[in-house]
Design a binder for this molecule. Structure first.
Ligand code: ATP
Ligand code: MG
Length: 191
């Protein structure tokens, strides 16, 4: 599961858990992005903070792990590189790339899309606010793409950051350890 995870929240965790159970996956590997190429216009928190928050949030689940492949690779993150690295690390694994339906709607604009579909199956999780999204379903290979309805949590990292900046609580939107990590590192307060 790729994401910026700035910060990771319960929407990400519920989606990952649901996909794990639906496909009976051995493991869900969370892959925090390096510098995300779609988000070059905004300040993204340091990769090490996003990595540590992802570790904290996933540590208690024996089927969840975190990979550093994207944050250790220099330059902007492209999913094709993520998939090449992961298929090198797990040569015998059948890979599923978990993403939100909003991201899946953009997938045809991603780099080397044909090779991506060869390396992994793509799972797009529904997300509140994306119900009306037009997926280019006729252009996506049906055997490589699944749209999965997951329990709706109207949580986004953007909203979590806004809440911290305004002094509003993020308890129960993100795991307790993430509330505490954000405070400890003074993230999202804009000073
Ligand atoms: P931001 O608001 O900064 O874009 P985000 O909440 O969208 O953050 P990302 O790190 O961009 O979080 O998301 C990683 C992936 O998780 C994306 O593919 C996104 O669609 C999916 N996702 C994020 N929030 C949810 C949610 N509440 N339910 C289902 N999927 C989600
Ligand atoms: Mg997003």
């Amino acid at each position: 599961m790729g994401g910026t995870f700035d910060p990771i929240h319960h929407g990400h965790l519920v989606a990952a858990s649901e996909v794990q159970a639906y496909f009976d996956l051995d493991e869900v590997v969370f892959v925090p992005t390096g510098q995300p190429w779609q988000k070059l216009d905004r300040e993204v928190s340091p990769a090490e903070d996003r990595y540590l928050m992802t570790v904290i949030a996933t540590a208690s689940n024996p089927r969840f792990s975190v990979s550093r492949v994207d944050i250790d690779r220099p330059g902007p993150t492209y999913t094709i590189d993520t998939l090449r690295d992961l298929s090198g690390l797990f040569p015998d694994a059948e890979l599923f790339f978990i993403t939100g339906a909003d991201a899946l709607a953009q997938i045809l604009t991603w780099r080397d899309v044909d090779e991506m579909f060869k390396l992994a199956q793509f799972v797009g999780c529904t997300r509140p606010g994306t119900e009306s999204l037009e997926l280019p379903l006729d252009k996506l290979p049906p055997d490589r793409v699944t749209l999965l309805e997951v329990p709706a949590l109207a949580i986004s990292s953007t909203e979590c950051r806004r809440r911290v900046a305004k002094g509003n609580p993020t308890w129960y939107l993100v795991p307790d350890g993430i509330v505490q990590y954000i405070a400890k590192r003074d993230l999202y307060t804009n000073h």
